[in-house]
Write a protein that binds this ligand. Structure first.
Ligand SMILES: [Ca+2]
Ligand SMILES: [Ca+2]
Length: 242
């Protein structure tokens, strides 16, 4: 009797070990308890040039699941009209909306084989008119008056007048004006401090006012501080832009 009991314990133990190490059984158990959502990788918002709309397709995001692996092929998308929020499924309709200048949202969803749904991912696509005329007009910068001064004038606290600039597209860009200082011969001076010390020596200083609009068009004006003794000093150089 005792031997039989011992044998049956042994049998139970062996059965348990076999069951636990069975690979096929392990898999079934895992699949049955998969409660982990798949993950869709984010899709970046993008601007679609008008000329690309006819061939545009929404990008396909990668989706991965802990059990099913790569399920990117199963990702489904829906288009949304951005203003009214109405959904539609046809790519043709999406292109039509984009052509009408309307931003659309593409929402992506996917589920794993156990029915767990990924948190949806959305991206917006905005049409941009690439035929719009480019800004080729330079900003207008206010002309600065030259100054004649007498030798002995103290320039220790001198500050040049700030410039004014206006652009056809960017509007007031006065705060973008960059000042640079040069000698009359065109040698760049490091800063205002150096310009002051040159002026204190009775030499001429050229101040340039440069401004660039967002499209890259440049404008410049300059101001000359001229010691009255330097009358023979011909017109100071015109520093190159930059
Ligand atoms: Ca899963
Ligand atoms: Ca401009």
């Amino acid at each position: 009797m005792k031997v039989f009991k011992r044998a049956s314990y042994l049998l139970m133990a062996v059965t348990l070990i076999v069951l636990m190490s069975s690979p096929s059984l392990g898999k079934e158990v895992n699949a049955a308890v998969d409660t982990t959502r798949p993950v869709i990788q984010p899709v970046a918002d993008a601007k679609i040039p008008f000329s690309d709309i006819d061939t545009w397709k929404p990008p396909k995001p990668i989706a991965k699941d802990n059990v099913d692996g790569d399920i990117s092929e199963k990702v489904v998308h829906t288009f949304y009209h951005n203003i009214v929020g109405a959904s539609f499924n046809s790519l043709e309709e999406a292109r039509k909306q984009l052509k009408a200048g309307i931003t659309i949202t593409v929402k992506y969803i996917v589920a794993d084989t156990s029915g767990n749904r990924a948190i949806s991912v959305s991206a917006t696509f905005t049409p941009v008119d690439d035929d719009a005329p480019k800004d080729t007009i330079a900003p207008i910068i206010k002309r600065m008056r030259n100054i004649r001064y007498r030798y002995g004038t103290n320039f220790d606290k001198w500050i040049p007048k700030s410039g004014k600039a206006y652009d056809n597209v960017d509007s007031d860009i006065s705060d973008k004006i960059v000042l640079k200082y040069y000698t009359a011969e065109g040698t760049p001076l490091v800063d205002l401090e150096e310009a002051r010390s040159v002026l204190n020596k009775g030499k001429d200083v050229v101040v340039t006012y440069d401004v660039t609009d967002i499209a890259g068009n440049k404008a410049r004006t300059r101001k000359v501080l001229h010691d009255v003794r330097n009358i023979w000093g011909i017109e100071p150089f015109d520093p190159p832009t930059r």
